[in-house]
Design a protein around this ligand. Structure first.
Ligand SMILES: Cc1cc2nc3c(=O)[nH]c(=O)nc-3n(C[C@H](O)[C@H](O)[C@H](O)COP(=O)(O)O)c2cc1C
Length: 371
């Protein structure tokens, strides 16, 4: 392939499968999953990265929205990227997808955002009550991309440099039968399904993120649909060695004996194709390596170098660093900085102060993680 960065995402699923492991992805995160962060997680073994949700309607109408919401790299690593949209009108999603298709590997529709402003506009989780509309949006988008000359034939276009994907990310309903009806409608016929893959966040619109994901729902949905469409799990992927379930794919290609499993999972999810992490990968961009159970300084350095090349607002850089230097979500609770040091870091007023601060604490410290 002449442009390896624009590999078809289904090819990445295929490569992971051949390596007998799950696909590793980083989640769409409003504010956070910008280019510098995506490049950082890509450097640490993430296969596929999502942008934050972008509002399709604004993106289509406003050049400033386009410039601020979607950045790609013209120099340096451009990780395989899925652009996620919030939309409620088929033509809006199709048009926005048509604009980004030359610069990304695929587009995704957010059917999970629980925030009231999104639901009031029939976007995000409100779409979980509008399965025909979601189906129409993905069909319209696929047709528009096809008219534009992109390969949207899923597996048939896996080796086509113009191959692009169309996917959706969903939550579940309290009554799982509604989720089954939703997926059946959106998926369409087996011989020509409407979506390349499906990401499931197994919480309902009103389940707080502190409540563990609904593994029983995930188990039922993956056994019902896992042979018909690749399925990614979004939710509670905190560490590769501490997943609350088992799969048919070994998670670590080269097992690291220093990593120990803290719980003994009992639920088996054999038909899962991949993992998507949000909160835990913010704290440890090296989550998918088998070497770093907590964030290493090298990931902070990689992020800072990427942020210098693909600038982010200073406050956002500070927030990212605060996440990376705090105890993570996995069983290893060591942190790069103590609470007092993190408070001092948040007190830095500009990028130069922040860089000086990091140099100082690293110089004073011994490079070892602190509790
Ligand atoms: C800061 C933040 C921003 C998020 N933004 C989005 C978004 O833009 N689109 C989306 O589909 N989900 C979004 N989510 C939800 C995550 O993608 C993910 O589904 C959820 O956090 C569960 O995964 P986790 O347990 O790994 O955090 C966001 C989550 C967080 C923490």
């Amino acid at each position: 392939m002449s442009d390896p960065e624009l590999i078809h995402p289904l090819k990445l699923f295929d490569i992971a499968k051949n390596e007998k492991r799950l696909l590793y992805t980083s989640a769409p995160m409003v504010r956070y999953s910008k280019l510098a962060f995506r490049q950082t997680v890509f450097a640490y073994g993430t296969d596929l990265c999502w942008t934050p949700m972008i509002l399709a309607k604004e993106f289509n109408r406003n050049r400033f929205a386009r410039d601020s919401d979607f950045t790609i790299s013209t120099n340096g690593p451009q990780p395989p990227t899925i652009v996620q949209f919030g939309a409620s009108v088929p033509q809006e999603l199709a048009r926005a997808s048509s604009l980004v298709a030359p610069f990304c590997n695929g587009v995704d529709l957010n059917c999970g955002c629980p925030q009231s402003w999104a639901c009031a506009e029939t976007m995000g989780a409100a779409l979980m009550e509008k399965r025909e509309l979601v189906r129409d949006m993905v069909i319209e988008t696929r047709e528009q991309l096809r008219r534009d000359g992109w390969g949207v034939g899923k597996e048939k276009d896996m080796d086509n440099p113009k191959g692009r994907s169309v996917s959706v990310k969903i939550r579940v309903h309290k009554d799982l039968r509604k989720t089954i009806d939703f997926i059946t409608t959106v998926l369409g016929p087996d011989q020509d399904r409407h979506i390349d893959w499906l990401t499931i966040h197994p919480r309902t619109r009103s389940t707080p993120s502190s409540t563990p994901i609904n593994l029983e729902a995930l188990s039922i949905l993956t056994s019902t649909f896992g042979d018909r469409v690749p399925i990614l799990l979004s939710g509670d992927i905190f560490a590769l060695n501490a997943l609350p379930f088992t799969t048919s794919s070994p998670l670590l290609t080269t097992p690291n004996p220093t990593l120990t499993t803290t719980t003994i999972p009992t639920i088996n999810i054999p038909k899962l194709a991949g993992l998507m992490s949000a909160r835990a990968i913010l704290a440890n961009p090296a989550l998918y390596t088998n070497t770093y159970p907590s964030c290493p300084w090298s990931a902070v350095e990689t992020f800072m170098a990427n942020a210098a090349r693909c600038p982010l607002p200073f406050k956002l850089v500070q927030h990212h660093l605060s996440e990376m230097c705090s105890p993570g979500m996995g069983p290893d609770k060591s942190a790069l900085l103590s609470k007092q040091e993190r408070a001092a870091m948040m007190g830095c007023g500009n990028m130069l102060d922040l860089i000086d601060f990091l140099d100082r604490v690293r110089g004073e410290g011994d490079g070892l993680a602190r509790g």
